[in-house]
Design a binder for this molecule. Structure first.
Ligand SMILES: NC(=O)c1ccc[n+]([C@@H]2O[C@H](COP(=O)([O-])OP(=O)(O)OC[C@H]3O[C@@H](n4cnc5c(N)ncnc54)[C@H](OP(=O)(O)O)[C@@H]3O)[C@@H](O)[C@H]2O)c1
Length: 209
């Protein structure tokens, strides 16, 4: 598959690493084309940086940017998203307090994005419970990483499932997009316990069968 990653930061690196390892074609988009070029070079393999303004080639578009900027990105790239699978990976933590999510009760960042994408464009929540360094490593403490995936469109979820599995990760379908509310709370909890438990963003959320 061809995968467009918007955001040449930590998660662009993490998900890009797994996508290249899985044999997928990766294109990186960033506000700063120099950063996009640097990450593409670092990822190697099939990875390229998309020229500013060039059309997105990926059938999957991963928005590897912070919330609420992810909403601005969807609006800025709206004409590129129709017909693609849009992946929301955000943990929309309230950066004023760092003690709650910034989204209103009863919704999630993923559901908000689903309202903003072109009509009929599926949004899938995934990768918000995996930290970037563990994605680069492809494991945490020798354990395969679980990628919890929520979405309403089964074909779209299947593509994200394939992307995760090809990269050596363990995809787990946790249900419809409304489950993103719980995934975002879980991601927030995982972030909140890093410092008190001295986990150093090297831990993983793992479901043992
Ligand atoms: N880091 C993790 O371990 C982790 C784990 C799970 C989920 N997440 C989620 O993943 C998302 C990204 O986190 P991150 O740590 O990768 O952030 P990051 O390192 O700051 O990377 C984000 C990148 O996206 C760029 N960007 C922002 N808006 C853009 C736009 N409209 N178009 C193109 N590029 C844009 C940023 O550029 P500027 O520097 O110019 O802003 C930056 O290069 C966040 O929503 C976070 O909650 C992170």
């Amino acid at each position: 598959m061809k995968v467009t990653i918007v955001g040449a930061g930590n998660m662009g690196r993490g998900i890009g690493t797994r996508a290249v390892a899985g044999g997928h074609q990766v294109e990186i988009v960033d506000r700063d084309p120099v950063e996009a070029g640097k990450l593409a070079e670092e990822l190697g393999g099939s990875a390229t940086a998309l020229e500013p303004g060039a059309p997105f080639g990926g059938e999957i578009v991963v928005l590897a940017v912070y919330y609420p900027g992810s909403k601005d990105a969807v609006q800025a790239y709206a004409d590129q998203l129709a017909g693609k699978v849009v992946v929301d990976i955000t943990n929309p933590v309230d950066t004023q307090t760092w003690d709650r999510l910034a989204t209103p009760p009863g919704t999630s960042a993923a559901e908000e994005l689903a309202q903003l994408v072109p009509q009929g464009t599926p949004v899938v929540k995934a990768f918000n419970t995996t930290f970037a360094p563990t994605l680069v490593a492809g494991e945490a403490a020798g354990q395969q990483l679980d990628v919890l995936i929520a979405g309403d469109d089964n074909d779209a979820k299947q593509k994200v499932t394939q992307l995760a599995a090809d990269g050596g990760l363990r995809p787990i379908d946790v249900g419809p997009l409304v489950r993103a509310q719980q995934l975002e709370q879980l991601g927030f909890l995982h972030i909140a316990i890093q410092e008190p438990l001295n986990l150093g963003f090297a831990s993983a959320v793992k479901l043992h069968p």
